[in-house]
Design a protein around this ligand. Sequence first.
Ligand SMILES: *Cc1c(COP(=O)(O)O)cnc(C)c1O
Length: 368
Amino acid sequence: MEIKRNVLLNPGPATTTDSVKLAQVVPDICPREKEFGDLMGYCATEITKFVGDPTQYATVFFGGSGTATVEAILSSVVPQDGKILVIDNGAYGRRMCQITDIHKIDTLIFESSSIGPIDLDALERIMADEEGLTHLAMVHHETTTGLLNDIAAVGKLCHKYGIGFIVDSMSGFAAIPIDMAAMNIDYLAASSNKNIQGMAGIGFAICDKTALEETREIAPRTLYLNLYAQYAYFEKTHQTRFTPPVQTFYALKQAILETKEEGIGKRYERYGQSWETLLRGLDGLGLKYLIDKEHHSKIITAILEPDTENYDFNEMHDFFFEKGFTIYPGKVSNYGTFRISNIGQIDKRDIEAFLRVLEAYLIKIDYR
Ligand SMILES: *Cc1c(COP(=O)(O)O)cnc(C)c1O
C-alpha cells in the first residue's frame, strides 16, 4: 500500500514510518484478552527501560493526549496537605499551574524567563525557605520556545530538600537521553506521538514505584486519571481500567521497536543534524530565532517572524502545506514567532527541501 508522505514540522504528532502506520491494521481484538495485556505489558517495560530500571520504575498508561497524563500525575501524587512548586517558563509550565489550580492543590509558582536558563540559586532559596513543600514540577523541554531546562540540576535540589520531582518530558523523552535515577525523577510524563514516533492517543507516566506506592492512601481527585488506581489495576489484571486505544498500542509497539533499533542517542543525533541544517539555512536567509544555541533543545525552533507587513502566518502555512510541509504557529507572548520542529521520521534532506520553500516564500513577500 502506498501512503502519501507528509513532512510534519509541527511539534507532534510527528511524521511516522509506514511500518508504524501499518502496524495498526490488525484483526479486531478485545483489549481484555491476554494477548493484548501482553502487548501493553511489553510496551510498558520497554518504555521504562528507555529511562530506568523496570524493577524500580513502572510505566502507567492512559488513553488520552499528553496533557491527560500530566493531569493524572499532578492530581494523584500530591497529598491533601501537600504543597507543590511549579516552574513556569512557558505555556506548558503554565498549563501545570492551571491543572493544580483546578484540583485545588496548594501551589507556589516560580516564574522564570521564557528564553533563558532557570536561576538555580533563586530556586534553591525558595526550596530552602518555603515550609511544607512536598513536590516540584517542571517541563523538561519547553515546546513553545525550544528552551531546554536543566532537569538534572533541579533534580539534585529536589534530592537535597527531600522533595518529590515531577517532570513533563513530553517533547524530550525518546530523543534527549534521560536517566530517572541519576536525575532523581519520581514521575516523568510523555506520550505516544512525539519523539517516540508513534500515533496519538496514549499518554504514559513513568513512576518510581516506591514513590507511587506511597500515594495509595491519597483520596482520589479524579476517577479516570487516578495514577495509583490505574497502576494497581494493571499490575493485578494486565488490563487497563477503561477501554484503551487498541490500534494505537500496536503502532506504539512498532514505534518502540524502531526506537530501539535506531537508539535514542542516534535519534538525537539525527534530530541534531536536522536542527543544525535548519539554523544554517535561517542564518543564510537572515531570519533570527529565539533561544541561543547553548540552551536549545535542538528539537524545535521558535523563529522570529519576518519583519514586513507582507508576512501572514496563515498564508505562509498554506504555501507550505500545498507542498507537503506542515508548519506551526508560535505561542510565546511578547514575541511574534512561528515554529519549526525537526522530530519524527525526517532528516536533514527534508529540512533542506523546507528551506528552499521558505526562501521561495520570502521572495514572494519581497523579504529577500
Ligand atoms: C505536547 C506537549 C504536551 C501535551 O500536549 P497534548 O496536546 O495534550 O498532547 C505537554 N507538555 C509538553 C511540554 C508538550 O510538548
